[in-house]
Design a protein. Structure first.
Length: 327
């Protein structure tokens, strides 16, 4: 287990995401706030007053939260790239499907690059949206590089990770995730978010460090792909090797360049979890009636792993962000 904490995080302040993001999402067919479900058995286990799970297993007709960011980013980016005929992206699964769904809706092409460790089920789900899929026999980072190389001319890259020189569209994606947090109508003491490249964690920090409600924020990632926690502990953005993990949506080797300074300043803590911990969390959420994949259930695993390191009491309210349905 890797652990990092930043005692000054809750005093850091930033600017909120644009207000028109929520208005855009509310205008979409099928929009409704996703549930915030109490799980008393977990609250009793962990010695807190309430555990609420933000259940993103059904979001805008897809089984994950990713459409919030991808669709807002596409909406904004096409205003600046009017000649676009194809959307290009790399994905561990859900982001690519969201991009492909919007491309189909708009009547344009989609090309999605996927690392070889992604399941055949996830690949077929993306193909079912009409996208061309290229499987890269390497890591997620290599798939991102391949997508970036392919995005030339009228082919537009819609990537949820940023690097120097490519930060406008990834920022739109992070802004799109703000709707998820704006829907949370309680004042939690702790919010737990999964981390891949760090974009949804960046959205959480942006939301809770720009308003009146300032809970502690805990980021969770796989021990086998701990790019954010490793970077935080080192004090610099680093790339780590990755392999295969049940937390496929978090299997990323390099933090987003946009997320990195925000997480370094405003994230209270980060922790890594093992495969069996995430699998157990999937099962426990399922018994509570919540469909969650391992990447989403990682937040419960992280809360369990960090419980004795956190300043929680019997009166604390904890929100877990479960970002995807069980496959």
């Amino acid at each position: 287990m890797l652990w990092h904490s930043n005692p000054s995080a809750r005093t850091w302040r930033t600017t909120a995401a644009p207000a028109d993001v929520l208005t855009f999402h509310q205008s979409l067919d099928g929009y409704h706030p996703t549930p915030l479900t109490p799980v008393p058995v977990l609250a009793a286990e962990l010695g807190v007053a309430e555990i609420l799970v933000k259940d993103e297993s059904q979001r805008l007709g897809l089984p994950a939260f990713k459409a919030l960011g991808a669709w807002w980013a596409i909406h904004r980016a096409l205003q600046d790239h009017l000649a676009t005929t194809e959307l290009v992206t790399a994905t561990d699964g859900n982001h690519g499907r969201a991009v492909a769904r919007m491309a189909k809706t708009l009547g344009i092409k989609a090309h999605v690059f996927i690392p070889a460790v992604v399941s055949e089920r996830a690949i077929e789900a993306i193909r079912s949206e009409g996208a061309v899929v290229t499987v890269v026999d390497d890591s997620y980072d290599a798939a991102v590089a391949a997508a970036a190389d392919a995005a030339t001319g009228e082919r537009l890259l819609i990537q949820d990770s940023a690097w120097p020189g490519y930060e406008v569209i990834p920022q739109h994606i992070v802004d799109g995730y703000s709707t998820l947090f704006r829907e949370i109508d309680v004042e939690p003491d702790l919010v737990v978010v999964p981390m891949g490249v760090g974009s949804v964690a960046q959205a959480a920090v942006t939301h809770y460090r720009s308003g009146l409600v300032t809970p502690a924020l805990l980021g969770v990632e796989p021990a086998s792909a701990a790019c954010v926690t490793t970077s935080l502990r080192a004090g610099e953005l680093l790339t780590v090797p990755t392999g295969k993990t049940v937390m496929a949506g978090l299997n990323c080797g390099t933090p987003s360049s946009l997320a990195w300074p925000v997480l370094q300043a405003g994230l209270d803590a980060a922790i890594t979890v093992e495969e069996h911990e995430a699998t157990a969390a999937v099962q426990d959420l399922g018994r509570a009636g919540i469909s969650s994949g391992a990447s989403g259930a990682a937040t419960l695993a992280g809360l369990r792993a960090a419980r004795e390191l956190l300043s929680l009491t019997g009166r604390s309210t904890v929100v877990l962000i479960s970002t995807e349905a069980a496959p």
